[in-house]
Ligand binder design. Structure first.
Ligand code: PXG
Length: 291
């Protein structure tokens, strides 16, 4: 059975022509999106993702033409149509079809498109070996520009960073902010464990990751100290452990940053414990798709 997608009230085949070439999402990256996972027939942190989608829309003054509850029903319905057990859902809302001028008033109604497809862990065997990360020469766009808290369709900054990671044969790229502090990875948040404190940068210059919040909560439940504070590459290179968090990547141990081997070069024991706790949590909580 082919994949079914949702576009503006209709369900159609994944290859159906469905979005206008005059859509401002395509012409100007004028829109927002979310990345959501389903595990074991349940949608993980569904409300948190939907809230972030609506907050991103609000930040760019885009009205989503659906109530939150209705939006959630459509995602669940699409999951059912695609018989999702473990999946990745991608709601996308753009300014809609306009013309070649960038004035958003030319777009009469937002475009709502949703993908729901089967999905397995992103990094394969890298979870056992650990990930290699390089610092990109691109800086994370500061909040004075497109705010990195907005999950917008403007991911070129991130794509450029990923190209550098690919050229260095690395798994992920690490952004610094404009001041030179560590910000986040191209599609994941970044953590260090230093002096036993689970530490991540403040979210002013990076996406407020839902997986990051979950990792912080899991660490606190274990009685570990957690902290959000600015730190530099010096702290990264000398950290006891490093890891990334993201909806797609989950919790991924980092063992090499810019050719500096982190500690003994193996995924750290606290990171491994968090990975296990995260796995247990995603497999035992969430909004049921089929009830
Ligand atoms: N930072 C950025 C820039 C992201 O895009 C995260 C952090 C992690 O946030 P969550 O809430 O997911 O823990 C993200 C989100 C992909 C992919 O295909 C991943 C994301 C976004 C788009 C695509 O790997 N991660």
């Amino acid at each position: 059975m082919g994949l079914t997608i949702y576009v503006n009230g209709e369900y159609m085949d994944r290859d159906a022509p469905c979005i206008s070439i005059f859509d401002h999402g395509l012409l100007y990256g004028d829109g927002i999106f979310e990345g959501i996972r389903a595990y074991n027939k349940r949608i993980f942190k569904f409300d948190e993702h939907i809230d972030r989608l609506y907050n991103s829309a609000k930040a760019i003054d885009l009205v989503i033409p659906l109530e939150k509850e209705k939006f959630k029903r459509i995602i669940i319905d699409l999951c059912r149509r695609n018989e999702i057990v473990n999946g990745y859902m991608r709601p996308i809302v753009t300014r809609g079809k306009g013309d070649l001028g960038l004035d958003p008033r030319r777009c009469k109604e937002a475009t709502v498109a949703i993908i729901a497809q089967p999905f397995d862990p992103l990094y394969g065997d890298a979870y056992e070996k650990g990930l290699k990360v390089v610092t990109t020469s691109w800086r994370r766009n500061p909040p004075q520009c497109v705010n990195p808290n907005i999950k917008s369709l403007n991911y070129l900054n991130n794509v450029l960073a990923r190209i550098e990671a690919n050229q260095a044969d690395a798994d992920e790229a690490l952004f610094l902010d404009n001041e030179g502090y560590v910000s986040e990875a191209s599609a994941d948040n970044f953590f260090i464990i230093l002096n036993d404190v689970v530490t991540s940068p403040p979210s002013v210059t990076n996406l407020r990751g839902i997986t990051r919040d979950t990792a912080m909560e899991l660490a606190e439940q274990k009685g570990w100290k957690t902290r959000k504070r600015l730190f530099t590459l010096f702290d990264v290179y000398s950290a006891e452990e490093c890891f990334i968090t993201g909806t797609a990547a989950e919790i991924g141990p980092v063992v090499d940053v810019d050719g500096r081997i982190i500690n003994d070069g193996k995924p750290g024991p606290m990171t491994l414990e968090l990975m296990k706790a995260y796995k247990d949590l995603v497999n035992s909580t969430g909004t049921p798709i089929y009830e």
